[in-house]
Design a protein around this ligand. Structure first.
Ligand SMILES: C[S@@+](CC[C@H](N)C(=O)[O-])C[C@H]1O[C@@H](n2cnc3c(N)ncnc32)[C@H](O)[C@@H]1O
Length: 277
């Protein structure tokens, strides 16, 4: 495996994914009952934007930097910007929190986090980051297999984030479908969110058809394209498929997308899409 998330930390795809994850956790923590956050592909949890490799690619300059000092964002997006400020309190953007750190920041003392990461150095960094946080359980193992082994959580409430690196390209969709099906079967009341890349639209269609063919409830697709989806060579956009979306989460997504789409556009054909399946 060659993938290192540090190359991409804070890019447009991270911004969109993390704003949605925080909004989902906010919806879930509106109730007092404890919950479990499950991250199948956790990464190292924290990225330094001025160090290599994030500095070299500079992808975050077309992502988080564009909204770090955004005035008057709508509440679900302001929530994300506030979290970024909490990690960079002097207003100088240096640290980008990955999904595990953002979730840990948003969750409460009686919630739990289960984080899976396969690569040695990422898993070591992840363990070190959370060594003093008793809510967090780091597993160095295949996150897909962990869904089978560890779901449902004792809390019977929570969010499962499936966020693979898509090194297998289109084949990853088939693996993700199997994992999502398994996760839902084991934890039917959980909220399940799967991130996917968009290069060319045709590659997404079978996944969409698969989602629509399942007996899942409250399925939402939210997509952000920073340019037209017409090239297999670049990441033109990304989407989040959400199963068991919280009540009225479509309006939360609409509000996030309405601001992010013009702000993160990189070329002709930038667009957004929100679909109930
Ligand atoms: C897209 S990154 C994760 C980013 C992270 N979720 C975030 O939003 O901050 C994908 C991560 O999955 C890890 N990975 C790849 N295959 C895996 C697998 N089968 N199980 C667990 N982790 C895996 C990679 O090492 C990489 O760190």
């Amino acid at each position: 495996m060659n993938y290192k998330h540090a190359f991409h930390a804070g890019n447009f795809a991270d911004v969109f994914k993390h704003a949605v994850v925080l909004a989902l956790l906010d919806a879930l923590t509106a109730k007092d009952k404890p919950l479990c956050y499950f991250d199948t592909h956790a990464g190292s949890g924290r990225y330094l934007l001025n160090d290599e490799p994030a500095h070299k690619t500079g992808e975050w300059r077309e992502g988080i930097l564009r909204l770090f000092d955004l005035p008057d964002a709508p509440p679900p997006l302001q929530r994300y910007v506030d979290a970024m400020l909490a990690f960079n309190p002097d207003g100088d953007l240096r640290i980008y929190p990955g999904s595990p750190l953002l979730a840990a920041h948003a969750l409460r003392a009686n919630d739990r986090l289960v984080l899976c990461e396969l690569q040695d150095d990422e898993a070591i960094a992840l363990r070190a980051l959370f060594r003093n946080d008793p809510r967090v359980h780091v597993h160095q193992r295949d996150g897909y297999a962990a869904l089978k082994a560890l779901l449902p959580p004792a809390e019977r409430r929570g969010l499962v984030l499936i966020d693979p690196p898509f090194e297998r390209q289109a084949q990853e969709f088939r693996v993700m479908e199997a994992a999502l099906g398994e996760a839902h079967a084991r934890f039917p009341g959980g909220v399940h969110a799967a991130w996917y890349p968009i290069k060319q639209r045709a590659a997404i269609k079978p996944f969409e058809r698969w989602l629509a063919s399942r007996a899942f409830k409250n399925v939402l697709l939210a997509e952000l394209l920073v340019r037209a989806d017409d090239s297999p060579l670049r990441l033109n956009g990304c989407g989040m498929a959400i199963v068991n979306a919280p009540w009225r989460f479509d309006s939360t997504l609409a509000s996030i997308l309405s601001v992010l789409q013009p702000l993160l556009a990189q070329g002709k054909g930038a667009s957004r899409r929100l679909q109930k399946l």
